[in-house]
Design a protein around this ligand. Structure first.
Ligand code: SF4
Length: 290
């Protein structure tokens, strides 16, 4: 892709005291953020709004997805003292809606599910009025591990499909389209509001996007995010095209017509971008019985 990055992808620069405040809270609590690890273009904007997406279970991922800048390898960290530090950071940021994510930990027998559950509980205990959105890996499709996370009752369950079915193998390697749909559907059937996201610009065709939206609508997806793929550096999957703002708007209309209730669609949209606004109405719902 030789064309220059279009102007609509120009991200906002950091401004105001909140940016430094978020950085200090993250550093002081010895935490990782996906904002930094995945080189998110929205850091200037989100951190200046006083929000970040904390990434638990270390910053080394056992998967090697070709779109993602998070470091890949054999993790050495299993920090059982991390959950209270996450809870403390959420309190210091004063978040009414927090998004938590993690690296994939296929090296652990439970995929990190127990640390996930401990983190959700610690955040809730210290921040009883904060909605907790979790953006989780697929736990290799092992529902017993997924259920450990669900039992901690996050307010929103998010798992990204990332791309269309045909491109799963080259882009997500060890992940699987149907498995991701099954993970989402499992959470939906357990009563959780579910959310997912797809990137455009990886080589997907129009009909393939349409099918992915239909598959997500069929499992009763509540919230969808659609954004432009950005190549972290030349060794990652190349950018196939720049999807225009008009195209994003058209997909939004199609997804809404399919019955997905909230659709955030635009070049710089990411799973956790303005998550508080996207998901507010679902975060307060209590669909899960005790
Ligand atoms: S969009 Fe998400 S990952 Fe990116 S800076 Fe904002 S909170 Fe962080």
């Amino acid at each position: 892709m030789k064309e220059k990055k279009p102007t609509w992808l120009r991200a906002k620069l950091p401004s105001g005291p909140e940016y430094g405040n978020v950085r200090d809270i993250v550093d002081d609590n010895q935490l990782h953020t996906v904002c930094q690890s995945a080189q998110c273009p929205n850091m200037g904007e989100c951190w200046s709004r006083g929000t970040a997406t904390l990434m638990i279970l270390g910053n080394v991922c056992t998967r090697a997805c070709t779109f993602c800048a998070v470091q890949t390898g054999k993790p050495t960290e299993l920090d059982l003292a991390e959950p209270p530090r996450v809870a403390d950071a959420v309190a210091k940021m004063g978040l009414k809606h927090c998004v938590l994510t993690s690296v994939a930990r296929d090296d652990l027998p439970d995929g990190g599910a127990k640390v996930w559950a401990a983190t959700i509980r610690a955040v809730r205990h210290k921040n009883p009025n904060t909605a907790i959105e979790v953006l989780v890996p697929d736990f290799k499709g092992e529902f017993e591990n997924l259920d450990i996370v669900l039992k901690a009752k996050p307010n929103i369950f998010n798992h990204n499909l990332e791309t269309v079915e045909r491109l799963q193998r080259p882009i997500r390697k060890t992940a699987n389209y149907q498995r991701s749909l099954d993970v989402l559907s499992h959470a939906q059937k357990a009563g959780f509001p579910i959310k997912s996201g797809i990137m455009l610009g990886l080589g997907e065709k129009e009909e393939e996007i349409r099918k992915a939206l239909k598959d997500l609508a069929d499992i009763k997806l509540d919230v969808l995010t659609l954004g432009q793929y950005l190549q972290p550096s030349p060794e990652y999957a190349p950018i196939d095209r720049w999807a225009t703002p008009e195209e994003f708007a058209n997909w939004k209309t199609e997804a809404l017509d399919l019955g997905i209730q909230v659709v955030e669609s635009g070049p710089l949209v990411r799973s956790s971008y303005h998550a508080d606004e996207q998901s507010a109405r679902f975060a307060s719902e209590d669909r899960v019985s005790a």
